[in-house]
Design a protein around this ligand. Sequence first.
Ligand code: DI6
Ligand code: FE
Length: 402
Amino acid sequence: MPVFDRLYLNTNIATMAKGQADYGTIFGGAIGVKEGRLAYVGTTAGLPGKVLTSPTIDCCGRWALPGFIDCHTHLVFGGNRAREFNMRLNGASYEEIAQSGGGIISTVTDTRTATLEDLTASATKRLSRLAADGVTTVEIKSGYGLTLKDEEKMLRAAKAAAAHVGVNVQTSFLGAHALPPEYAQDADGYIAHICQTMLPTLARMGLVDAVDAFCEGIGFSHAQTERVFKTAQKLNLPVKLHAEQLSDLSGAALAAQYKALSADHLEYVNAEGVQAMAKAGTVAVLLPGAFYTLSETKRPPVEMLRSAGVDMALATDINPGSSPVQSLQLMLHMGCTFFGLTPEEALAGITRNAAKALGLSDRGTLERGKRADIIFFDITDPAELAYWVGGQPPTDIVIAPL
Ligand code: DI6
Ligand code: FE
């Protein structure tokens, strides 16, 4: 019996392990994989005896990193919003477009019309692009169906697309994304329907790993968000929140109060929100693609988050309106240039901290016992991945059996 199913030799390993400087790098290292898990990550000299019976792969000095994790996406949707992009270029704001019936609701119409097969096919294309860039785990939200049947269709499409592409998926229920036309003027009625019917039913179907909401002037109020969180809590599902993207409704503090895995966007978060997140261990998911696309000028308070000890993640937020972004690697660059992250913080943001934002403790670093999700790059330093403006795909991608 070989010691390892596969042994990677001659690789510089950016382990991204917590509390270690310089990406936790092991130069000239070796990685042993056994049954889809990392059985050895260390120096070549430290390898146990008899390993030579294992099938070996010479990595020729390439760098190994943990598979990237995109922890916030709206990857499943019908149609696209290229026309709206043009309206925004001509001066209309995101909120104005939403209020005039465009925005999220126009994607809701296209998503409702699409079949499960249509949604799966278009999501598969986009997910393949993310995967080619090194993404091995992706979070996908519902939120463009807004009826029980259409939310179910979206969540099934998310799972089907991930299975086609061969990456891991975590699904989040985002029924509280926008007010569907059937409930115009009755947001409380819609929230009641979510809490009494939609969420419990979808959870019973095993389609929900976490519960999200859009707490915003053009979304749902603090009180409505809290009702959704209470229902999630009863169902034993973790929560997360679109908080403080366009204004400050104290969503981050609410999320922290419910021990949210993450609070996302956070351009307008205040000091109390940051402190509450630090105390609760809630990850700050920063979304530079949406910041860029909406020509936002207010940045999330990175220095405040950093000094409070809040873990920061980065994600694409891929969606047809505010973030038509199909490269997580590009977010490394934007996280540094727009938000002032260091390349190391940016990389932690799509590995270790992104795993934490999904509540997944079995991935996000290259350490013994973790899943063998490994991506290899032909680079001279991990900072290169943030330095290039995208376009530095991995040379090899290893994903543990799903
Ligand atoms: N915030 C966002 O950035 C996306 N959803 C949300 O709550 C935008 C979704 C869209 O415009 O389609
Ligand atoms: Fe989002």
